[in-house]
Design a protein around this ligand. Structure first.
Ligand code: SIN
Length: 279
């Protein structure tokens, strides 16, 4: 394959062209793609529409498939893949835009997914970008006093915290049984491959910080989020038909934008890849 890989910003993201993920990927291309993923955190692989089974084969180039929590969104014909759609409604009738707020995926798992992969199936004519924020660069830019404040601190992650204004869709009963009630993860986690530290916050999932009362913890979490999502740490992905985008949840936050005409459809397939216990 004549595969080209170009950086998208100076600190994050690479665009891959010429990789045909609808066919088996040779060992050399597999190694190049994994190296680029490890170095750049986000890969935007331009391509063509993949059927669900082809997408699963494609993402296995990067790791093993993780079982996502909310089975409401599983494709009946291929449950390892969930869909992202702007056509679903909350029980009160309001439109549900999945991922419309900064977050990292499934941090309420003991072993949160190392990566998430989206594949564009139907896109609006404009808008609906996905933004990414580089939590490693954000951590490294923190004042030393803040780094010391985070040292050894653990956050309590739940499915849906009690103070977020953004609400998730509820879990079906069967899924509730296998999703942990609460897990603890470090607020500054070390990346298992790069050895660098990243801020690991999640506004919708963190209930609080162990040993710190809410009056201190919530403003600290807000301060970290504001710092970490400033424009200098971001890459904003503008979707093209057939894109397959993979990102590293261990060192990025991401967010969907519901800024387009809701009469138009935005529909993507989503797969997650198994990760390890954050340290
Ligand atoms: C997500 O947060 O998983 C979805 C992001 C998007 O739709 O852009």
């Amino acid at each position: 394959m004549g595969v080209s890989i170009e950086n998208l910003t100076d600190h994050l993201g690479a665009e891959v062209r010429g990789a045909d993920l609808s066919a088996p990927v040779d060992a050399e291309t597999r190694a190049r793609l994994n190296r680029a993923f490890s170095e750049r955190g986000v890969l935007a692989i331009r391509g063509r529409k993949l059927a669900p089974a082809q997408m699963l084969d494609a993402v296995r180039v990067f790791g093993e498939v993780f079982v996502q929590h909310n089975t409401t969104f599983a494709l009946p014909e291929c449950p390892e893949i969930h869909y992202i759609s702007n056509q679903d409604k909350y029980p009160d009738g309001k439109r549900y835009i999945p991922g419309a707020g900064w977050h990292t995926d499934h941090s309420n798992d003991v072993r949160p997914p190392k990566a998430t992969v989206l594949h564009a199936v139907t896109l609006p004519s404009s808008g609906g970008d996905t933004q990414f924020a580089n939590m490693t660069a954000a951590y490294e830019a923190l004042p030393d006093a803040t780094k010391q404040r985070l040292e050894g601190r653990m956050a309590i992650h739940v499915y849906q915290n009690s103070h977020s204004t953004r609400k998730l869709m509820g879990l079906p009963d069967a899924a509730k049984e296998r999703v942990p009630n609460a897990v603890l993860h470090p607020i500054a986690r070390v990346h298992p491959e790069t050895g660098r530290r990243s801020i690991y916050v999640n506004p919708i999932r963190i209930e609080g910080i162990v040993g710190m009362d809410h009056k201190e913890a919530l403003p600290l979490l807000d301060e970290l989020l504001e710092h970490a999502t400033s424009e200098r740490f971001q890459y904003r992905h503008k979707w093209e038909p057939g894109d397959l985008v993979i990102w590293d949840n261990r060192r990025l936050l991401h967010k969907a934008n519901g800024d387009y005409d809701m009469n138009e459809m935005r529909y993507l397939y989503r797969v997650m890849l198994k990760g390890s216990v954050p340290a």
